[in-house]
Write a protein that binds this ligand. Structure first.
Ligand code: DMJ
Length: 933
């Protein structure tokens, strides 16, 4: 290879177009050949420590896989809190997420090639036998075509790829006769009817038994699919064609990709998030590199690597240029509109985009990869995991984390590309956090809320397919793996497909499907891939030097656009209409607003948005008044939010045998000790008598110095609190009297006072739904002495207690049943998605009746600054965050996009077009918020 002339980033060009096989192999080699190039900057990690960490990954995998096999198999997934299998139809539906479950032992199939990578060849052999013996692909279940392709078809093909590799080595799998491939082919044929559309884009779902559009299929009426859903098939489908010689699969996948390429927005070269599979119209016109689009881009580049087809690289490069021009604002990656790519479509990022630095490594654009990865790592350091979505100033937007592997994936690729031991330290942190916060007695549980540390009864199959592979490979040396990983490419689900497929069965007529690219001119696009051997030796501190300026980017960030607003209010002048007096139904008020350039947008859900455009004001003085009015509105709104919404709290069971592993998310109280301001309260629990706590307790000696359990109902929350406090309790937990209630099915609320002064209540009070409360009640029945911690956030487990956990011979059986109880716990959800409106739906006599929110204008500062340049200017005012900033931080912690917007922009735009834009944006936001990641 010779050095690139004008290639983007740090790529190196391939001077002559190589034959397919060479191109594929070269690209893959570029990706992985840089390990151990140098070790500078971060201190190098010793081989012993790497081995220790590798062994730790193996142990963790055993814990996850072992519990799945023991307690869940043949179900699709393990429910690690209740320690049983998730069987579709037997659990309450979780919506789209469940479309991955086809009653085909999903986790087993998704884990197949992980077993080989982790050197568990014997277990692999057993697992393959189980798949062949037990798995039925003909179930009457409607599944996602995308998920079934990447997880099941990919899993079978990855398994097959490594089975034939092992067979050839001559020790294991000698009996294997392409059985997995036959299953893959059977599944491939089951997915094909989904492509029966004029566009060639597949339907999003298919019935494994009945296909599509027949009445018994119960699917086929959908009109839309996501871009990634239609554009993430080529690797598996082409591999299936090339392994079997049946070209139809590759043809169908190519046709779908060709259609998407045709439909790209021609001036921005971006694609939207969802597309109509019949008309080809973009349904959602926002565009990023995360949810809904991510693996479409990934597959274009990887299809080039695997298949050696130039057109895929050209498409990828065209999109990549657009991404770097519009979406990338290093270290951020922000969604934009495909038609107006200079306009940000969101002010938050989702966790799925964490794969992108890894893809940039494959592309050869290392600098932005290092920057984005560093930013993501800082978010992780703040919250232990990457929340499903976080704002541009790094606050939690959606607090869940289903143990996604994307960040580990990028860490692995960056380590391969740079050899910088910093990335090993990053991997070590990921391992520590998983063990500390997600590990439960029966596997690893997804985080329900990264802020409280509460869990969800869920361990997705991709955790085994991807996370353990990338973490193990990160610490492994070449000799730790029984085959050469560089001969394979990773699919989006980290399944391994051999690069030799590029020269096998390539009978597809590419002319039919990619007519635009029959004559290629190398100068049209970059032939890039990172050759780090050439790239780094002269500058061993390269990666570190890129990370350095970003070191405190997360900690230092302030909400954007606030400083300027605040400055404009230093004069102390008041607007002619005070925000607190404003009524949206008063025509005089509306007139004043208009004069000040403030317009009103009525949202579909009944709320009202206020938008100020200084240019629309009658005069510059009115414009300033408008700003002041909006400022007051922000403060008012912030105050209302604070009054109405307290964050969730945690009840953590800390005594033997739970040791803090079970964390229940609890509803706060608007009275009593505020756990966010004070130290947590720790104590043993005792039931109060009467259990409803509505009169003086008859068992004060039992609750004295303890945390009293009281049943909800019969009287006000505050009255219960006073009664237990008078009996000497140091805290209280109110348990819902509505049997079977759970935060999985009901929004949690905060307990309101009784309308009188509640300052006399000084103990902390928390609320648990019945299902969660019964975990504590069961524990008392089993162990009598149960100690809990009431806090605003789950605390680290006590290491001493953890050590005591090792079962001794006498208490083995006790520990065993303790594990069962611990693992049969349900955990609680709260507040992240709960709006004040939802709280008000609760009509229980004691519950909070929040103020009427009609016309209540809460404010989102997030839209204040959609201009990337301005964003950077305001962010650079580090350290100047004021109380107001903090208020807004808190305010938008959970409500970022649902609030009305204030625009401080000075752009001149006719009001009609502004409103049209806003309506489009609002619709997009509403759809996005409904979306599953
Ligand atoms: C995986 O199933 C795949 O990586 C997919 O492309 C999107 N993300 C999930 C895991 O987060």
């Amino acid at each position: 290879m010779s050095e690139a002339g004008g290639g983007r980033g740090f790529g190196y060009s391939v001077p002559q177009r190589a034959p397919w096989s060479l191109v594929a192999a070269t690209a893959a080699l570029c990706l992985v050949s840089a390990t151990s190039v140098w070790t500078a900057g971060a201190s190098p990690m010793s081989r012993e420590e790497k081995q220790k960490l590798g062994n730790q990954v193996l142990e963790m995998f055993d814990h996850a896989y072992g519990n799945y096999m023991e307690h869940a198999y043949p179900a699709d997934e393990l429910m690690p809190l209740t320690c049983r299998g998730r069987v579709r139809g037997q659990e309450p539906s979780r919506g789209d997420v469940d479309d991955a479950l086809g009653k085909f032992s999903l986790t087993l199939i998704d884990s197949l090639d992980t077993l080989v990578v982790l050197n568990k060849t014997k277990e692999f052999e057993d697992a393959v036998r189980k798949v062949l013996r037990d798995v039925n692909l003909d179930n009457d279940v409607v599944v996602s075509v995308f998920e079934t392709n990447i997880r099941v078809l990919g899993g079978l093909l990855g398994g097959h790829s490594l089975a034939i590799m092992l067979k050839e080595k001559g020790e294991y799998m000698q009996w294997y006769n392409d059985e997995l491939l036959q299953m893959a082919k059977q599944l491939g044929y089951k997915l094909l009817p989904a492509f029966n559309t004029t566009s060639g884009l597949p339907y999003p779902r298919i019935n494994l038994k009945f296909g599509i559009r027949k009445p018994e299929a119960r699917t086929g009426t959908e009109t839309d699919t996501c871009t990634a859903c239609a554009g993430t098939l080529i690797l598996e489908f082409a591999a299936l064609s090339r392994f079997t010689g049946a070209t139809i699969f590759e043809e169908y996948a190519r046709k779908a990709l060709d259609f998407l390429w045709e439909k790209r927005q021609r001036s921005s070269n971006l694609v939207g998030v969802t597309i109509n599979i019949h008309t080809g119209d973009w349904v959602r016109k926002d565009s990023g590199v995360g949810a809904g689009i991510d693996s479409y881009y990934e597959y274009l580049l990887k299809a080039y690597v695997l298949l050696g087809d130039d057109s895929f690289l050209e498409r990828f490069n065209t999109h990549y240029d657009a991404i770097m021009r519009y979406i990338s604002q290093p270290p951020l990656l922000l969604d934009v509109h495909i038609h107006k790519p200079m306009l940000n479509a969101r002010t938050w990022m989702d966790a799925l985009l964490a794969f992108f630095p890894g893809l940039q490594v494959l592309k050869g654009d290392i600098r932005p990869a290092i920057e984005t990865h560093e930013m993501l790592y800082q978010v992780i350091k703040k919250h232990n995991f990457l929340p499903e979505a976080f704002t541009t100033d790094f606050r939690v937007h959606w607090a869940q984390h289903p143990l996604r592997p994307e960040f580990a994936e990028s860490t692995y690729f960056l380590y391969k590309a740079t050899g910088d031991p910093y990335y090993l330290e990053v991997g070590k942190t990921l391992i520590e956090n998983l063990n500390k916060y997600a590990r439960v007695p029966c596997g690893f549980a997804a985080m329900k809320d990264v802020r409280t540390g509460s869990h969800e009864d869920r361990m997705d199959s991709f955790f085994l397919a991807e996370m353990f592979k990338y973490l193990y490979l990160l610490f492994a040396d070449k000799e730790d793996i029984i085959f050469d990983i560089e001969d394979y490419i990773f699919t989006t689900e980290a399944h391994l497909l051999p690069l030799w497929l590029s020269t096998t069965n390539q009978r597809i007529s590419k002319k039919n499907t990619t007519s635009e690219y029959t004559e290629l001119d190398d100068s049209n696009f970059d032939w890039t891939c990172p050759n780090t051997q050439i790239l780094f030796p002269n500058d061993p501190l390269y990666a570190q030097s890129i990370r350095e300026p970003l070191k405190n980017v997360v900690d230092k960030s302030c909400p954007r656009g606030i400083i300027r607003v605040e400055e404009s209010f230093r004069s102390g002048a008041k607007p002619p209409l005070r925000a607190r007096d404003f009524m949206a139904t008063n025509p005089e008020h509306l007139e004043i607003l208009k004069k000040m350039g403030v317009s009103l947008i009525h949202l579909k859900d009944g709320r009202v948005q206020l938008v100020q455009h200084a240019i629309q004001a009658a005069s510059s003085i009115d414009a300033e008044d408008g700003l002041r009015f909006m400022q007051e509105m922000i403060e008012l709104s912030s105050q209302q939010q604070k009054e109405q919404q307290l964050p969730p709290r945690a009840v953590q069971i800390v005594s033997h045998p739970f040791f803090g592993r079970v964390v229940l998310t609890a509803g706060p109280a608007q009275f009593g000790l505020d756990l966010s301001k004070h130290k947590e309260t720790r104590g043993f629990v005792a039931s109060s008598k009467p259990y409803n706590g509505c009169s003086e307790l008859t068992n004060p000696e039992a609750v004295m110095g303890k945390i009293a359990l009281i049943q909800r109902g019969q009287c006000m929350f505050a009255e219960k609190a006073r009664n237990i406090q008078n009996a000497g309790a140091i805290g209280g937990i109110v348990i819902d009297d509505n049997e079977g209630s759970s935060s999985d099915t009901a929004p949690l609320f905060q307990m309101a006072g009784d309308g009188k002064d509640t300052d006399d209540i000084t103990i902390p009070m928390l609320f648990l739904f019945s299902k969660e409360g019964s975990i504590i009640l069961d524990a008392i029945r089993e162990y009598e002495e149960v100690e809990v911690l009431l806090s605003d956030k789950a605390k680290d487990r006590d290491p001493e207690m953890e050590n005591e956990e090792q079962p001794s011979s006498e208490n083995d059986s006790q520990n065993q049943s303790a594990e069962q109880i611990a693992s049969s716990s349900q955990e609680v959800d709260l507040v992240d998605q709960e709006s004040p409106e939802e709280s008000s739906l609760n009509s229980h006599p004691e519950s909070l009746s929040p103020a009427d929110t009609d016309n209540a204008a809460s404010i989102s500062p997030s839209e204040q600054n959609s201009n990337p340049t301005e964003n950077h200017e305001t962010t650079s005012l580090d350290g100047e965050c004021t109380d107001l900033d903090n208020q807004l931080k808190e305010q938008s912690e959970t409500e970022e996009d649902s609030n009305p917007n204030v625009s401080w922009g000075k752009k001149v735009q006719p009001i009609d077009s502004i409103l049209a834009d806003w309506n489009e944006d609002i619709e997009a936001f509403e759809m996005m918020d409904k979306d599953e990641l």
